[in-house]
Design a protein around this ligand. Sequence first.
Ligand code: MN
Length: 292
Amino acid sequence: MITRNVEVIVPPKEPHYVGDGFRVHNFIPSAYRLDMKRMDPFIMMDYNSKFYFPPSETPRGVGVHPHRGFETVTIAYKGKVAHHDSSGGGGIIAEGDVQWMTAASGVLHKEYHEENFSKQGGDFQMVQLWVNLPATYKMSKPKYQGISHENMEKVALPDNSGIVEVIAGSYQNAKGSATTFSPLHLLNARLNKSGKANFDFPKSYNTALLVIEGSIKINGTEQVPTDHFALFENNGTAFNIEALENAVVLILSGEPLNEPIATHGPFVMNTKQEIIQAIDDFNNGKFGTLND
Ligand code: MN
């Protein structure tokens, strides 16, 4: 077991709005050293740090838009999101829940603050992560995996350190709730003050974490404050974190796909030709229909 060192700690960039309902700091791919190649298979991460939205009769959010070629993973820490898509599907992602949407060959959807949350207003905190699909699965059938907080696999840590929620992949002997198309781990560590957790992922896996609440120390040396992102080197496998106060930490680690990436907004494919095809298909209504 060789220690995996921190490569860089990345502070949140100035936030921008996605639609009018998501006030996000982009980490992947626009932050220093967090481009799609380096973070492969994680190609996008927007983080709505905790932000109070005042009551609104009209739910804030982002209108109808397409996705093709990857998966969107929405992790709700505070507040509620409602979504609707062109297949007639829809649902609510509430606090603690995760929605794993495989856009694959293509969906049209819209994402809004859930109606009652919107009317009451409140703190809103979310992560949206895009996970790239291997070329063979980019044009497969879209699907959803809704993972409620209640049903999420959880591992209790020793010494009252807290718990690790296994969203996907595994932690110790626990298997994650979501199935994935390439090997990856997505975990939420909810630690009590002074709580510790150990992680061990193959060296080649691109590995990072985001501190959602509180602050932590990595490997006993690197301090990471709230809303900061830490990228690990690929020089070892194991690292540990310690909560300096009650903390919530999102941990991601994935085997790189090492395939060419061609991207245009909400389309992430392997070649420019496939991007042109995606734009064409979108313009020709092949993603279905959905009213605003
Ligand atoms: Mn979307």
